[in-house]
Design a protein around this ligand. Structure first.
Ligand SMILES: Cc1cc2nc3c(=O)[nH]c(=O)nc-3n(C[C@H](O)[C@H](O)[C@H](O)COP(=O)(O)OP(=O)(O)OC[C@H]3O[C@@H](n4cnc5c(N)ncnc54)[C@H](O)[C@@H]3O)c2cc1C
Length: 460
């Protein structure tokens, strides 16, 4: 029976970030993921590396400052996966904030970044319409301009994992689901099942860490781990619109009448629009947007960009995710207001559970667990190892120049980037936006050749 020092369950950004930290510190670690790595919440975010300008309203200055530091770190370390972009916050005569309040907020945002953000600016009406010509001019006063990061969220998680797997002490299995956890004198005996082959394996581990995000409340009781529900689940959806649908030179932040925030972010030859905050009343694994949520976003766009004539035909594809917010007070159920802070729980002395937080701060959150576990295993924890570059880049970068895709490159990606299914390849390794079921070829390569390459790979 294989013996590990740590088994991490859940291969989103937190699981991939944690295995990297542990592996760099020489810990024998196994990561188990039920689907493809980064195929759930961590590929369904608004794709911003950001301090979270709206958290200034709730005086969460520490969180904003830490997130801005992390944003600037990843912009430096992985320029092929993220870039800095201008965000415009339009001000109307009916807006909640006066221009002077917005100016103070944007100054504070730059201040909390130690002025490492590109500096903010206030724009008058004319300047705003020059930069975002599609905006409704009626009642427009001007806009605030500030800078945040835009990231390929799925790829950053994947590259953290590839970096971990360069260490011989790290292993990771996708499409493997934990099915039982039995407490032993010095840890756990775990069983996991392959979802592609139906086989079952039992291993031992000294520590067990759950980075299962929104799935945690459902999973832990099933495994018999002492747990009471702690999550406030909030569903968010996004649309990818055809390039040019909205005329804008940067991202736009809209505040809706019901006080939600909708982002409009041009990237990858298209425009991403989202998000909503709604309770979750469907199966969460591979969750999809429903019609009412798509209509809500289309109505919001029609209000702010009345001339753009955005319809369902403008949509390339859609995606949804569930925010794993930590419930602070069980009597409160206000998704938009719940804190973005994370919490680490210890159901027993050998188990850690990480909940909440933001994508942007994953390195800091997972570090808190690594720095506790590593010394308990009799090793010295070196906190700066995760500040180094990710050593194995994806073959197909998301932003900037891309290599020509041919069948040989597809085969390399399949074997070296842990691809098991067509969707893993198309959505997360090649970062294509089209619906996988509607594809006739993969960037010019006939679909049957790609499927053959997948069938003959050992990953499946
Ligand atoms: C709509 C939306 C927009 C967001 N926008 C931003 C943003 O712009 N910037 C930002 O910083 N943050 C953002 N966030 C927050 C961020 O996306 C999440 O905090 C982060 O992705 C959570 O990562 P995770 O690894 O904890 O969860 P996940 O990515 O969901 O990973 C958990 C994994 O556990 C696996 N799992 C579940 N059960 C099992 C099992 N039995 N065995 C094995 N594996 C299992 C799942 O398959 C899943 O892959 C957003 C979130 C949402 C929902």
């Amino acid at each position: 029976m294989n013996q590990y020092e740590v088994v991490v369950v859940g291969g989103g950004i937190n699981g991939c970030g944690l295995i990297r930290d542990l592996a760099l510190n020489g810990v024998r670690t196994l990561l188990l993921e039920k689907g493809d790595f980064s195929s759930q919440t961590s590929q369904s975010s608004s794709k911003m590396l950001h301090g979270g300008i709206r958290y200034l309203e709730t005086y969460d200055f520490g969180l904003v400052q830490e997130a801005l530091e992390e944003k600037n770190l990843w912009l430096r370390l992985t320029p092929h996966l993220c870039f800095e972009r201008e965000f415009y916050l339009p001000l109307y005569d009916y807006s909640k904030y006066a221009p002077w309040m917005l100016r103070c907020g944007l100054f504070l945002y730059d201040f909390l970044s130690h002025f490492r953000n590109k500096p903010h600016a206030m724009l008058d009406r004319r300047e705003t319409l020059d930069r975002v010509p599609s905006l409704d001019p009626a009642g427009l006063l001007g806009a605030g301009k500030y800078y945040d990061g835009v990231v390929d969220d799925a790829k950053l998680s994947l590259e953290c994992l590839y970096d971990a797997l360069l260490e011989p002490c790290a292993e990771a299995l996708s499409y493997h689901e934990i099915t039982s956890a039995v407490r032993t004198a010095d840890g756990y005996e775990l069983t996991y099942a392959s979802r592609l082959h139906g086989t079952s394996t039992t291993v031992r581990t000294k520590y067990l860490v759950f980075t299962t995000g929104p799935f945690t409340d459902e999973l832990l009781p099933k495994l018999g781990i002492p747990w009471r529900p702690r999550l406030l689940l909030s569903k968010g959806i996004h649309l990818w619109l055809r390039e040019g649908t909205i005329k804008t030179s940067g991202s736009v932040v809209l505040t809706t009448k019901d006080n939600r925030v909708v982002f409009v972010i041009p990237q990858r030859n298209s425009i991403m629009v989202g998000t909503t905050e709604t309770p979750v009343d469907q199966e969460m694994f591979n969750i999809r947007p429903v019609d009412a949520e798509i209509d809500y976003l289309l109505r919001t766009l029609a209000q702010y960009f009345p001339q753009a004539n955005i319809t369902r035909d403008s949509i390339i594809s859609t995606f949804a995710g569930v925010r794993p917010l930590v419930r602070e007070d069980e009597s409160v159920d206000e998704r938009g207001k719940a804190s973005r802070f994370h919490k680490i729980f210890r159901p027993d002395s050998r188990t850690y559970v990480l909940l909440g937080g933001k994508y942007t701060t994953f390195r800091k959150m997972t570090q808190e667990i690594a720095q506790e576990i590593v010394p308990r295993l009799g090793k010295r924890y070196l906190p700066n190892l995760t500040l180094g570059p990710l050593r194995q880049k994806s073959f197909m970068p998301t932003f900037g120049p891309k290599p020509q895709l041919d069948l040989d490159l597809v085969k390399k990606i399949i074997s070296l980037e842990k691809v098991s299914t067509l969707e893993d390849l198309v959505k997360r390794r090649l970062s294509l936006l089209e619906n996988v079921n509607e594809l006739k070829d993969v960037m010019g390569i006939p679909l049957d050749l790609v499927k053959k390459a997948l069938d003959s790979s050992s990953n499946t």
